[in-house]
Design a protein around this ligand. Structure first.
Ligand code: B12
Length: 212
């Protein structure tokens, strides 16, 4: 049993998107639960990728391949996880703020969060504050993640937080921000709860927020 989970981890690490679908189906046919496949196959693989990325031994294109490989498996597992009511680490609403079309980093963060066991509701890019408000009301997330890559759109993060305050939702969620021009000081200035400089660190921060 553990052999197939090891193969799944290895496929994630190697970015082998061609085999992972078959391996996932095989694991399910052998009676492994979707949660086992996530916790003991995909997550250790993504953890390893995160560590190697931080050490500088893996680079963005490789991480993207690993993340895409994990997505192929997650597309099979996601409906089953919902059906079986498996307990996830928490829920994150994620988006690139209004006026900003950069989403590569945000997508990496989303995939790393999924790899860490979070349910991710991705609002996409150029997301107006009101869309964050509606998503928080509907999805009841633990964490909200905002991304910005332009110095001009960084301000939209602060504005979004203000709109959440006005809507009475600020205290319901932890807010993390990121993107190349964003800093920890800036995060503090706008009243976010945290900042992370890369996708694995974002997943660690979200885990900290939910006490994992
Ligand atoms: C790719 C790219 C584009 C693509 C975006 C495609 C896409 N789907 O994302 C396109 C061509 C559309 C584009 C457009 C523009 N771009 Co552009 N773009 C880039 C580029 C080359 C790479 C960005 C990227 O994807 N990096 C890789 C990812 C993995 O890194 P990352 O985004 O930083 O994400 C990591 C962390 O920051 C963090 N993170 C990210 N988000 C989050 C969120 C949370 C919650 C957390 C915790 C962490 C976190 O984790 C991620 C993974 O480790 C950069 C230059 C550069 N080398 O950075 C310019 C750059 C960002 N662009 C720039 C500019 C000026 C523009 C344009 C205005 C150009 C123009 N004149 O039209 C437009 C703006 C469009 C708009 N309204 O947004 C400037 C910004 C300057 C500034 N300081 O404001 C840059 C820096 C280029 C430059 N040197 O001038 N761009």
């Amino acid at each position: 049993m553990s052999e197939i989970l090891d193969k799944i981890s290895k496929a994630v690490i190697e970015g082998d998107a061609d085999s992972i679908g078959m391996l996932t189906e095989l694991a399910l046919s052998k009676g492994l639960t979707p949660k086992d496949i996530l916790d003991k196959g995909l997550m250790p693989g993504m953890d390893y990728v995160g560590v190697e990325f931080r050490k500088g031994n893996m680079f963005v294109p490789e991480v993207l391949l690993s993340a895409r490989t994990m997505q192929v498996s997650m597309d099979i597992l996601r409906p089953l996880l919902t059906e079986t009511g498996a307990e996830m680490a928490g829920k994150v609403v994620l988006g690139t703020v209004q006026g900003d079309l950069h989403d590569i980093g945000k997508n990496l963060v989303g995939m790393m969060l999924e790899g860490a066991g979070f349910e991710v509701v991705d609002l996409g890019k150029d997301v107006p504050p009101q869309t964050f408000v509606e998503a928080i009301r509907k999805e009841q997330p633990d964490v909200v993640g905002m991304s910005a890559l332009l110095t001009t759109t960084m301000r939209a993060m602060g504005h979004t937080i203000k709109v959440l305050e006005e809507a009475g939702l600020r205290e319901r969620v932890k807010i993390m921000v990121g993107g190349a021009p964003v800093t920890s000081d800036f995060a503090q200035q706008i009243g976010a709860d945290g900042y992370a400089s890369n996708a694995p660190a974002a997943a660690d921060l979200a885990k900290k927020f939910v006490g994992k």
